[in-house]
Design a protein around this ligand. Structure first.
Ligand SMILES: Nc1ncnc2c1ncn2[C@@H]1O[C@H](COP(=O)(O)OP(=O)(O)OP(=O)(O)O)[C@@H](O)[C@H]1O
Ligand SMILES: [Mg+2]
Ligand SMILES: [Zn+2]
Length: 239
């Protein structure tokens, strides 16, 4: 059934007419048409064109090479849940471009496309000149440990500052290690500092809504869930 047209209020532009789709309890509002125009303007802006190079490079430098250059058109939506997650991702990307800083959690089994969709988001916002950074928890923790050695070339706060800077930070493979208090503290610090600086973070995990509490502190989860709750990837592996 076609959803009916409703009146929504955009914080910036006021009332507009649009549709709200409800897929398995996640409500996704159509974007305000004036915000849509704003996104087009940002994309065509001369300043964006200068920044775009750096932004695309940022994706190239840290995200998995196999997903670079992919767009939302490459995301197959044969089922309703896949369509829902695409819509959530499109809306998340649009909001980042418009300066909204709310974060997100992707949760689901192996091979369900979490890393793929995260990279598409990074590709998408790079077109608007926004810089993204991708880290796996395991390599982040390894890097942090190496700063404790004597004569280390970088400090823990160097790494911290580097991860707070980008417009979007994707933290992948959260929850693979067992019971690491140190990991919880590191991730909460990063997520919290980004939150305080109005910068969105996307956390990806195989853990479900219950077990995620073993890997992130309540404070971190609270900040991450602000946008859309936990986005579930609840289908079989696509590998
Ligand atoms: N909706 C989709 N459309 C097209 N390809 C997809 C889709 N979902 C997943 N894939 C493909 O499935 C494969 C696995 O995706 P990806 O690496 O993102 O999984 P993942 O959820 O991150 O898994 P893991 O938890 O093991 O890291 C990739 O080759 C990806 O291109
Ligand atoms: Mg992955
Ligand atoms: Zn608007």
């Amino acid at each position: 059934m076609e959803p009916e047209t409703k009146t929504f209020v955009c914080k910036k532009h006021g009332e507009y007419q649009g549709k709200e789709i409800d897929i398995f309890g996640k409500k996704i509002k159509q974007l305000c048409p004036k915000c849509r125009d704003d996104i087009d303007k940002i994309r065509d802006d001369a300043k964006t064109r200068v920044r775009r190079r750096t932004a695309l490079e940022s994706v190239y430098l840290s995200f998995p090479k196999r997903y670079i250059g992919k767009s939302f058109d490459d995301w197959i939506t044969k089922t309703k849940s896949k369509e829902r997650n695409k819509k959530i991702a499109v809306s998340f990307a649009n909001k980042i471009i418009l300066g909204d800083s709310r974060s997100l959690i992707f949760s689901g089994g192996v091979g369900t496309g979490k890393t793929f969709l995260a990279t598409i988001i990074a590709n998408e916002i790079a077109k608007s000149g926004l810089v993204s950074r991708y880290v796996k928890v395991s390599s982040l923790m390894r890097r942090i440990k190496s700063t404790y050695q004597q004569n280390a070339s970088e400090s823990e706060s160097d790494i911290f500052n580097e991860l707070v800077k980008p417009d979007l930070l994707v933290i992948d493979e959260v929850g693979l290690q067992y019971d690491s208090k140190h990991e919880q503290i590191v991730l909460t610090d990063i997520i919290d500092e980004r939150y305080c600086n109005n910068k969105p973070t996307l956390v990806i995990t195989n853990a479900d809504e219950q077990t995620i509490h073993n890997h992130l502190t309540e404070r971190a989860i609270d900040r991450l869930r602000e946008a859309s709750g936990v986005v579930k990837f609840d289908w079989e592996s696509m590998r």
